[in-house]
Design a binder for this molecule. Structure first.
Ligand code: ADP
Length: 364
């Protein structure tokens, strides 16, 4: 009687407890899987920085072991001076920009947040990519300023000389100074034009002025200008199908072909040969400029289309190069879903190829 009533009440209580426990466990599981899914590293600690729990990403970022390292003070495990100093300051109003010595070029933003009576949360965000972009932007601004400053200094020098010595300078000298200053100002003009082309290519993911561009007449035009630059020093031959059209931007395509052809002229010594051709392969069409020029050492090839990257600064300057040509080619090609391929051998020559997807090509 009484015992029966007691036992069944106990049973009911145990059952409710079990249900509550199951409920709590499933809530905890859900909470943990949400924390695991976060794109940030998260570490829960007590007020002595002893680790209570961390997600897998945090373990990976900080080089910790998720189960073994539990209960250990984090500064005993991550012994990087910046990190330890941040934990010890006690002032967590600003996050720490953390560059671990053990990992090259990695940047984490670490924020310590206190909660509850004696709990702390360490949030770790990977800013490596963002920092890289910021560095690229900073380098670019510095490079542009430098590139513009050089011709500007030369122009200023000539103007000052003309101003101070205008009475004593011979007419020929004066003319020569003016010619040199004009050449520098043309160079600045080309630089600004290339920068504008590059920025308009970067500003949009797609092309706004797409039409069916006839390739042969465009190349004919560019070869005439290239022959003017070459002034008879090179033999330029060409094998481009008459009826080929590319669906794309005429100005961007002109930049691609023009830069590759002019580079071949600029980096090929007198008496060299330049061959411009087109070939169709499986799913692509390839525009190719082959020269018998100075060639490029293999170590430079991967960086050649970076903005302002030059193998030989002096030579590029001599030819009036801006160092932006191949960067423009690369961007303009990627706007056509194409890509650039370079093969080169020092003192033998180079082949630059612009690959276009078949979907953009038309040939009757
Ligand atoms: P630049 O204005 O200096 O020519 P580019 O971006 O067009 O700039 O080219 C980058 C660098 O690549 C050049 O400075 C040069 O060192 C190298 N280069 C480009 N085309 C050739 C080529 N056909 N032969 C040898 N080197 C080349």
């Amino acid at each position: 009687g009484v015992w029966g009533e007691f036992v069944s009440r106990m049973n009911r209580r145990v059952k409710t407890r079990q249900q509550e426990k199951d409920l709590l466990e499933s809530a905890l599981e859900q909470f943990q899987s949400a924390l695991e899914a976060l794109p940030d590293g998260v570490i829960f600690m007590d007020d002595h920085h002893r680790i209570l729990w961390m997600n897998a990403l945090a373990a990976d970022m900080m080089g910790l072991l998720p189960t073994q390292d539990k209960g250990m003070p984090i500064e005993h495990l991550v012994r990087e001076p910046d990190f330890v100093a941040y934990l010890q300051t006690g002032d967590y109003s600003e996050p720490l920009m953390f560059h671990p010595n053990s990992r090259n070029q990695v940047c984490y933003m670490i924020t310590l947040i206190s909660y509850g009576a004696d709990r702390q949360l360490l949030a770790i965000r990977d800013l490596t990519q963002l920092e890289k972009l910021e560095n690229v932007r900073r380098d670019f601004v510095a490079n542009v300023s430098h590139e513009l400053k050089t011709p500007l200094t030369v122009i200023n020098g000539f103007i000052e000389t003309l101003q101070t010595h205008h009475e004593t300078l011979s007419t020929e000298k004066r003319q020569r100074f003016l010619d040199l200053a004009l050449a520098q100002s043309h160079h600045m003009g080309r630089l600004v034009q290339d920068l504008l082309t590059l920025s308009s290519l970067e500003a949009r993911a797609t092309l706004v002025d797409e039409t069916q561009v006839k390739v042969k007449p465009l190349i004919d035009d560019l070869v005439i200008s290239a022959e003017a630059i070459s002034a008879g020093a090179h033999t330029i031959t060409m094998d481009i199908p008459e009826d080929l059209t590319i669906h794309g931007s005429a100005t961007a395509l002109r930049s691609i072909f023009g830069n590759l052809i002019n580079n071949a002229v600029n980096y090929t010594p007198a008496d060299g040969k330049i061959h411009i051709s087109w070939r169709n392969v499986a799913n692509e069409g390839v525009f190719s400029v082959q020269d018998t020029g100075i060639g490029i050492p293999a170590l430079h090839l991967p960086r050649l289309s970076e903005r302002f990257y030059r193998v030989d600064r002096g030579r590029s300057r001599e030819t009036g190069g801006t160092g932006l040509g191949l960067a423009i080619v690369k961007h303009a090609l990627s706007r056509h879903q194409g890509h650039l391929e370079i093969k080169s051998q020092v003192n033998v020559g180079s082949t630059f190829e612009a690959w276009f997807p078949k979907a953009r090509l038309n040939q009757s």
